[in-house]
Write a protein that binds this ligand. Structure first.
Ligand code: UDP
Ligand code: MG
Length: 153
């Protein structure tokens, strides 16, 4: 099973939508294996959004990500990285398809509800950025035979 990082962004928490967003991943059949609340700082955002450092919107993005705490979630599932990324929808929420998280809850290219890892390789790097091995919870998945076929693992 793959693991991927979702960050419930500060604006989502402020709008009282965190539970609703978490619920969408649960209902899809993904398994929550680690979760914590954290106030992000400039140092960690410089690393997490290093690919955007030269963009004119970078300071606004960081301000938005530090405006309140975030909720960090690790979701586990068969091909979870792609599934979660597609659930989030296009970065610019005005272009995100209705039915996606961004397409249902946001009007912004910046304030777009969630961060999701964009590849299996980056998911591993990002999970290590925010979680330690002790943060992960190992618990039974008794519904797996109802969620998956035997070869979907
Ligand atoms: N972002 C922005 N303006 C843009 C593009 C991105 O404010 O034109 C912000 C937005 O919050 C986005 C984050 O920067 O989620 C990271 O950008 P990335 O290209 O990695 O998009 P994502 O992977 O989040 O879809
Ligand atoms: Mg990205």
């Amino acid at each position: 099973m793959e693991r991927t990082l979702v960050i419930i962004k500060p604006g989502t928490l402020q709008r009282g939508l965190a539970g609703e967003i978490i619920s969408r991943f649960e209902k899809r059949g993904l398994k929550l294996v680690a979760m914590k609340m954290k106030q992000l700082d400039q140092k960690i955002l410089d690393v997490h959004y290093a690919h955007l450092k030269e963009k004119p919107f970078f300071p606004w993005l960081c301000d938005g990500m530090m405006a309140a705490p975030v909720i960090l979630c690790c979701w586990e599932g068969f091909e979870a990285v792609k599934v979660v990324r597609e659930m989030a929808g296009a970065t610019n929420a005005r272009k995100a398809v209705p039915g996606t998280i961004r397409g249902d809850y946001s009007m912004s290219a910046q304030e777009n509800i969630v961060h999701t890892s964009d590849s299996l390789e980056n998911a591993a790097i990002e999970l290590d950025r925010f979680f330690t091995p002790e943060d992960y919870c190992d618990y039974p998945s008794p519904l797996n035979s109802y969620l998956y076929a035997p070869d979907e693992k």
